[in-house]
Structure formats: structure tokens, C-alpha cells
Design a protein around this ligand. Structure first.
Ligand SMILES: [Zn+2]
Ligand SMILES: [Zn+2]
Length: 173
């Protein structure tokens, strides 16, 4: 295992989104190699979001397959390369755990890898859920990533907040 050199990839916030993506992908390859992660960098789509404000990054996935790594332009502009690099490491752990364990969570496995890779455990909200379970009374929403019993039979459950009836919305797009 060779030492990961994040500074080597340093790029100034005056760079373009294309330059940032190019560097992020090179860096991601080195991260995956250094830590033995199941990540095929070129098989993933990479995007920089200029709209995202609160989320540092995300992995979009479909049926448990990671598809797109999203980075946030705002974070790079405000906090620079080191912060974006930390986000890249965070998102790569998600890709790895989706590939290896069908696990999109920030659970035990995630925490242990986050420590190794020196990155944060929490992201604002991970990826786009496949379903929203919505309360008809209070409008409360739960993000759901898997076809669980709650998703299949929402009428068997009640809202944890107000006891109202639940229904499911598929999250397309
Ligand atoms: Zn996350
Ligand atoms: Zn409710």
C-alpha cells in the first residue's frame, strides 16, 4: 500500500469544472488503489453540481449499482481542494460498499473505512432515495433505498410521528 498524496493533486479554485473533474478522477484512482477499494473510476459518471448548496457530494445509484459521483462546486469554491478531496474519499467508500455489500448506509463498515481514509462519516443526505414513504396526515417523509416491506405494503404501517396513514412515492430522476 503506498502513501496517498492528496496535496500532489492540489488544484486552485480558479480551475474550471472540467479541470476539477479530471483531477478528481485521477485522485479517485489513486485513492481506490491505495486502499484496495472496489471502485472502477472510469465506469462511473462524474459530475460537478453548481446547484447543490448543502450537500458536499453524493453517489447516485440504481438497483444497488453505483452510477454517478456528484461533487459540489460550491464546496470547492469555498473550501478548496482539500475539502473536495475529502468528499471524493467519502463518496468512494459509498461506491465500494455498494459494490461489495449492497450497503448505502453510514453504518459500521462505513465508519471503519472512514477512519482509515480520514474522511467524514456524515454527508447531508446520501444519494437520491428510490422511494419516499409519505404520511398522508402530517406530510412527513422517509427516504427509502431498498424494496423493503414498508415500501411494498405501506398500509401495514402508521406514521411514527402522528399515526397517520402512509403511502409510497417512487422517486424518479
Ligand atoms: Zn455519505
Ligand atoms: Zn404523520
Amino acid at each position: 500500500m503506498h502513501e496517498l498524496d492528496t496535496e500532489y493533486y492540489e488544484i486552485e479554485p480558479s480551475a474550471s469544472t472540467r479541470e476539477l473533474l479530471a483531477v478528481a478522477k485521477l485522485y479517485a484512482r489513486e485513492v481506490a488503489e491505495s486502499y484496495g477499494l472496489s471502485v472502477d473510476v472510469s465506469a462511473l459518471e462524474w459530475e460537478v453540481s453548481k446547484r447543490a448548496k448543502r450537500r458536499a457530494g453524493a453517489v447516485r445509484h440504481r438497483n444497488g449499482e453505483p452510477e454517478t459521483v456528484l461533487l459540489t462546486w460550491e464546496q470547492f469554491q469555498r473550501q478548496g481542494w482539500r475539502a473536495t478531496a475529502e468528499t471524493v474519499r467519502h463518496e468512494l467508500i459509498h461506491v465500494h460498499l455498494l459494490n461489495e455489500a449492497d450497503d448505502p448506509s453510514h453504518g459500521e463498515r462505513f465508519r471503519s473505512l472512514a477512519e482509515d481514509l480520514q474522511t467524514t462519516v456524515h454527508c447531508e443526505r446520501f444519494a437520491e432515495p428510490n422511494w419516499w414513504v409519505v404520511c398522508a396526515e402530517c406530510g412527513g417523509k422517509l427516504a427509502r433505498y431498498r424494496r423493503s416491506k414498508l415500501v411494498m405494503e405501506p398500509s401495514s404501517y402508521r406514521c411514527g410521528g402522528c399515526g397517520g396513514a402512509l403511502f409510497v412515492e417512487e422517486n424518479v430522476g
